[in-house]
Design a protein around this ligand. Structure first.
Ligand code: TRP
Length: 335
């Protein structure tokens, strides 16, 4: 038992606690985080240090951290199997990030598309943290000698840079960091906006009908699905030019486990109204137990603290070993 546990590959991933967690986050990433716990040694974090690269309102930021922590526990992050901590509680992350900054080139960071996008979006606050964001992310991953990092398409470039930083460091000092691979799940659901199926479902969408939040009330979820954009063919089938229906089929499939063929048969001869109702109901049922657990956890700050403290204590020990090793190689005098 002990032995097989030790041989499990290490997975690291993190999510920023910056707002409403959507059905897109849940089906695209979090549901997978839960599944991975059976086969891997999973280390998960709330990336609160990353979140302050854009200005946060203090009261909202704090509320979002609690909310995200409670929600991920409610989704099934299991502390018997995995670690789940708050990044800022484990100071090795900020420490290694500084070190890695000195092994990351200005040119590399300038080429990051997320930096370019966010600089354009927050032109009044292009701070050094926003620029150095990827070296903090590299620190997150490399501290745990992670084998695999599940990331969405938007983070692939950062992971590639992490690999380059690790290889560069190892090239100078010998084998210090495990060079991680990306982990792209087979059935990685990419959930699109319910109002514009060419765009990813996003919590920052101005139109709240464009996304379903995991904590939306059942009647709100039903209403949003009923208003989802479709097409004029009135036939539930997967196909070109049917982005709206394709997206709804993706959601329905991901929640019920049914294949597209099965879904097409189920709704043969039926209209979009029936289909949208079925998708809405399936999502409501999927989220119901999560919402119930969330409502328990969010009230119990003492329990949440017990959970994040326990994980942070372990994470600190594991990550300190890597940090010490890296610093010693560079020539620092360790205390
Ligand atoms: N930057 C990631 C995001 O916004 C979150 C993140 C921080 C992360 N550190 C990480 C993801 C390490 C994977 C591994 O989605």
């Amino acid at each position: 038992m002990e032995q097989t546990q030790e041989k499990k590959k290490v997975i690291f991933s993190a999510i920023q606690p910056t707002g409403t967690i959507t059905l897109g986050n849940y089906l695209g990433a979090l549901k997978n985080w839960i599944k991975l716990q059976d086969d891997f040694n999973c280390i998960y974090a709330l990336a609160d240090l990353h979140a302050i690269t854009v200005r946060q309102d203090p009261a909202k930021f704090r509320a979002h951290i609690y909310e995200a922590y409670a929600l991920l526990l409610a989704c099934g992050v299991d502390l018997e199997k995995s670690l789940f901590f708050i990044q800022s509680h484990v100071s090795t992350h900020a420490e290694l990030a500084w070190v890695l900054n000195c092994y990351t080139q200005f040119g590399e960071l300038s080429r990051m598309t997320q930096f370019k996008d966010k600089s354009a979006k927050h032109a009044d606050n292009i701070n050094a943290g926003l620029f150095a964001y990827p070296s903090l992310m590299a620190a997150d991953i490399l501290l745990y000698q992670a084998d695999l990092v599940p990331v969405g398409a938007d983070q692939k470039q950062h992971l590639e840079l992490t690999r380059n930083i690790a290889e560069r460091f190892n090239g100078i000092y010998g084998n210090v960091f495990k060079v991680p691979d990306g982990y792209i799940p087979k059935a990685g659901a990419r959930i699109m906006s319910l109002q514009d199926s060419t765009r990813k479902m996003s919590k920052s969408d101005e139109n709240a009908n464009a996304y379903v939040a995991v904590l939306d009330k059942p009647e709100v979820i039903m209403k949003k699905f009923k208003r989802a954009v479709t097409d004029s063919e009135a036939c539930v089938r997967y196909g070109e030019g049917k982005d709206g229906i394709n997206n709804l089929m993706g959601i329905y499939s991901s929640v019920t486990g049914k294949t597209y063929d099965e879904i097409e048969k189920e709704f043969d001869g039926k209209g979009y109204g029936d289909f949208k109702t079925a998708v809405g109901e399936a999502v409501v049922e999927e989220l119901r137990p999560i919402q119930e657990r969330f409502n328990q956890f969010i009230k119990d700050k003492a329990y949440l603290k017990e959970c994040y403290d326990k994980s942070a204590d372990i994470a600190r020990k594991i990550s300190q070993r890597t940090l010490d090793k890296a610093m010693k190689k560079i020539g620092f005098v360790l205390k």
